[in-house]
Design a binder for this molecule. Structure first.
Ligand code: KG4
Ligand code: ZN
Length: 356
């Protein structure tokens, strides 16, 4: 390993590991600055239409050593200059989390360095503190991923509260399930984004759920898209009589793919932005961020910027590589926990579910 000229005893270097779902990632962060962020994606799941937990765990086992080695090398850092090991403790797939947790614990034990347990959803929020231009506290963060949709009120780097969340599907699931209905491969979110770019978002009108407060619901949208497609777009989206043949349906999808994708994306975005506006008004907040895999969506990024201009908000969006799952967000969260001496015992275990 190379030794880094910037490493001195006064600097804090965190090695972070993320393995909550199907990406194996490692990152080095020095005094809150990200020096490397290596991600190994798993393509093995594509043919199954979703992540297969057992295959994900096996791939993490194969990837974790080379990914950590590369993160150290890119950062120009040796294991001896690492001050603490941060890892994703929850939530996620338990087999996937176990691989990262055991690896982090073994490293911490062998190096005699402290261990920092990180909450994956809090880390998504703090991805907004990686860039030089950071939101000031308190800020709101709309965290939208494959498993979660939350509005988080962030009072400090370590004090956050969920003030709204989905009561059924997550926004990422709404994208992925809609894409599946259109015959697109998993994960379909990025593909809907791509086709939507050339479509008319107002061509088809999908209903907006009426959920009180700051919570979200996306399962009704999926059902309305299902009926709409089964009727090949010829009737009211809620009609349950399936009139179109499979051939007619496939032709309708092929002929109108860009407009259908743009209309689905437009509705998902309006559901998200409307609740975000309500949350900002109720909490008197003008610093607003987004985070999580769906924050890579170009329509959502544009809508946040435009809404921000209209509402007088200052808006923040992480760089693409920090939107989907990555260890840099675990590293930055680990850094803030390090500053507060918030360390985990070596007996710590991962958890598929997580309480804030
Ligand atoms: O945060 P993430 O990488 O993993 C979870 O913790 O879930 O989010 C993955 C989700 C998937 O549902 C994926 O389809 C969605 O983020 N996603 C997108 C885009 N890029 C990723 N959805 C819409 N547009 C995108 N460009
Ligand atoms: Zn995530």
């Amino acid at each position: 390993m190379l030794s880094h000229p910037n490493h001195s005893p006064l600097r804090t270097t965190i090695l972070a590991i993320e393995s909550s779902c199907d990406d194996t990632s490692a990152s080095i962060c020095c005094d809150g600055k990200i020096l490397s962020n290596i991600i190994a994606n798993q393509t093995v799941h594509e043919k199954y239409g979703g992540v297969v937990p057992e295959l994900a765990s096996r791939a993490h086992l194969q990837n974790i050593v080379p990914v950590v080695d590369t993160a150290l090398e890119v950062a120009g850092c040796s294991l001896s200059s690492v001050d603490a090991i941060a890892f994703t403790q929850a939530p996620g797939l338990i087999g996937s989390l176990l691989v990262g947790t055991q690896f982090a614990k073994s490293l911490a034990l062998s190096l005699d360095k402290p261990l920092i347990a990180v909450h994956h959803m809090q880390a998504h929020v703090l991805a907004n503190l990686i860039a030089d231009e950071k939101p000031s506290f308190p800020f709101l963060c709309l965290t939208v991923s494959g498993g979660h949709t939350q509005i988080v009120l962030c009072e400090s780097a370590t004090k956050m509260k969920v003030i709204g969340e989905t009561i059924d599907d997550a926004a990422g699931e709404a994208f992925d399930k809609s894409a599946k209905l259109l015959g697109l491969p998993y994960p379909g979110g990025p593909l809907i984004d791509k086709y939507a770019a050339t479509g008319n978002p107002k061509r088809f009108r999908f209903p907006e759920p009426q959920i009180p407060g700051l919570n979200f619901s996306f399962s009704g949208l999926k059902t309305s898209i299902l009926y709409f497609l089964k009727n090949a777009g010829t009737s009211n989206v809620f009609r349950e009589e399936f009139t179109a043949s499979e051939e007619e349906r496939n032709k309708f999808i092929a002929d109108n793919l860009a407009d259908i994708c743009a209309s689905i994306q437009d509705r998902i975005i309006s559901i998200l932005i409307n609740k975000l506006k309500k949350a900002a008004a109720e909490n008197n907040i003008t610093q607003v961020c987004i985070a999580g895999g769906v924050s890579a969506n170009s329509g959502l990024r544009k809508a946040l910027r435009e809404t921000g201009e209209k509402m007088g908000w200052k808006t923040f969006i992480p760089a693409f590589e920090y939107c989907t799952d990555n260890a840099a967000m675990i590293a930055i969260t680990g850094y803030f926990k390090f500053l507060e001496n918030d360390f985990a015992e070596l007996s710590v275990s991962p958890s598929a579910r997580a309480i804030w």
